[in-house]
Design a protein around this ligand. Structure first.
Ligand code: FES
Length: 147
């Protein structure tokens, strides 16, 4: 029986998207993509899923966790494939998150500079061991031991 041209097998989706079959199954298990089932219980994917997979790949490349990508895709009505406007909105949000992550990493790198060659890992002075003296804000004493 001929299948609709708008549907792809998992192998076709993998070949067209550049994503491994195992990764596509993983995306499906995590709720990022959905398949249809044939009468013989084989997976079929709507052709427009290629764009959704592209968005997932780009999000991952930008370091966005899969759970956040899924949450972003869930904001689209009826699980539709992101439109140009959707993608513009998502990419703006991810850009802001990427900027924040870069800032945190720059800060971490600068703190690490002070630790290179030191080795003290002191709660009092090491910015990586106790950033911003968080334990000191809880009060004096052995904060790591007391519940
Ligand atoms: S290891 Fe000494 S300041 Fe971090």
């Amino acid at each position: 029986m001929a299948r609709p041209v708008q549907e792809l097998t998992v192998g076709e989706l993998a070949a067209r998207s550049g994503v491994a079959v195992s990764a596509l199954h993983f995306y499906e298990k995590k709720g990022l993509i959905r398949s249809l089932r044939t009468a013989g219980n084989q997976r079929r994917y709507p052709r427009d899923l290629l764009r959704r997979v592209a968005v997932i790949k780009v999000g991952q490349r930008a370091g966005v966790p899969l759970a956040e990508i899924r949450a972003a895709l869930e904001t689209l009505p009826d699980g539709r494939t992101p439109t140009v406007a959707d993608w513009a909105r998502l990419s703006r949000r991810w850009r802001a998150e990427l900027d924040e992550r870069i800032q945190r990493l720059v800060h971490l790198r600068d703190d690490l500079d002070g630790c290179i060659g030191c080795g003290c890992l002191s709660l009092k002075v090491c910015p990586l061991r106790n950033p911003d003296d968080r334990l000191g804000e809880d009060g004096a004493g052995p904060r790591l031991i007391e519940p």
